[in-house]
Design a binder for this molecule. Structure first.
Ligand code: NAD
Length: 283
């Protein structure tokens, strides 16, 4: 068997066309969707992520505003910026690039964002809504993962989905979203015993750990959908958590790294920003 590739790059380009049309629609109503991205400090990877977000916004016609703050900015000052952006009617989405410097409390910072502008979906109000099944901003990476699974044309309902990883930004929310789509969900993590025994039962396997080659073909049920969320730098190359070549022999569908989840995460941020602007316009 040779797995079919779920091409996140192609899918996100297609979705961006739809986003562009929605931006146009908003502009005709006199609304220019705006996204503010706050970057604190000099982390080179974060700087690249922020530049990419600016580029993505430009591509679809969203106005981006980048706020750059020094590494030693007091948390109070960051919170004041957030409050200003909360009150700014030209800004529909606010994102604080993580990680923050060690003297800042990321929870306090995320809590300061107005939930109606929380396009990253990390605010406890949005997370809580996700848990109880209410409308909310879904976090971008999990939202992109669901779209990638749907791209296979296979139903999620009734499938056994196994998620490896329980972080607040990927593992937990994607498990909740799979549950919302009526999958039977198992969450595995660093303390899980007999990981392979569990993953081999998965019709849908989402791997979000951050360890290259953690999963090879022997962990995969034949024909399964495998979503590799991991991003690891190995000898100057980006690889996922899944041994791609080996997994391809067993899986039915698989996402590549790069070109799978990554581009979808970026595109879902644009989609959430448009959603925020549309909601604001609709009152
Ligand atoms: P994290 O470090 O917060 O969480 C990792 C999880 O893996 C933990 O819940 C831990 O319990 C689990 N884990 C660790 N070792 C394990 C093991 N041996 N077996 C089973 N579980 C184990 O990481 P995160 O923020 O969730 O990110 C995970 C990976 O996804 C990273 O490589 C990150 O770079 C990547 N990521 C990619 C995107 C994207 O857009 N493509 C977005 C977010 C994160």
């Amino acid at each position: 068997m040779e797995a079919r590739i779920i091409d996140g790059k192609k899918l996100s380009e297609r979705l961006k066309e739809d986003i562009k049309a929605r931006v146009e629609g908003l502009k005709q109503k006199g609304v220019i969707p705006g996204l503010a991205v706050i970057l604190v400090g000099n982390d080179p990877a974060s700087a690249v992520y922020v530049r990419n977000k600016e580029r993505d916004c430009n591509q679809v016609g969203i106005q981006s505003r980048v706020v750059k703050l020094d590494e030693d900015t007091p948390q109070r000052e960051l919170l004041e910026y957030i409050y200003k952006l909360n009150a700014d009617p030209t800004i529909h989405g606010i994102l604080v690039q993580l990680p923050l410097p060690p003297h800042m409390d990321p929870n306090a910072v995320i809590n300061a964002i107005d939930p109606s502008k929380d396009v990253d979906g990390f605010h406890p109000v949005n997370m809580g809504r996700l848990v109880i099944g209410e409308e909310c901003f879904e976090p971008c990476t999990p939202k992109g993962i669901i779209r990638l699974i749907q791209e296979t044309g296979q139903p999620i309902a009734g499938k056994h989905a196994v998620v490896i990883g329980r972080s607040n930004i990927v593992g937990k929310p994607v498990a909740l979203m799979l549950l919302r789509h009526n999958a039977t969900v198992t969450i595995c993590h660093s303390k899980t015993v007999n990981l392979k025994e569990i993953t081999r039962q998965a019709d849908i396997l989402v791997v979000a750990v951050g360890k290259p080659n953690l999963i090879d073909g022997s962990f995969i049920k034949p024909g399964a959908i495998v979503i590799d969320v991991g991003i690891n730098r190995v000898e100057d190359q980006l690889v996922g958590d899944v041994n791609f070549q080996d997994a391809c022999r067993v899986a039915g569908w698989i996402t590549p790294v790069p070109g799978g989840v990554g581009p979808m995460t970026r595109t879902m941020l644009l989609e959430n920003t448009i959603l925020a602007a549309e909601k604001k316009w609709a009152g």
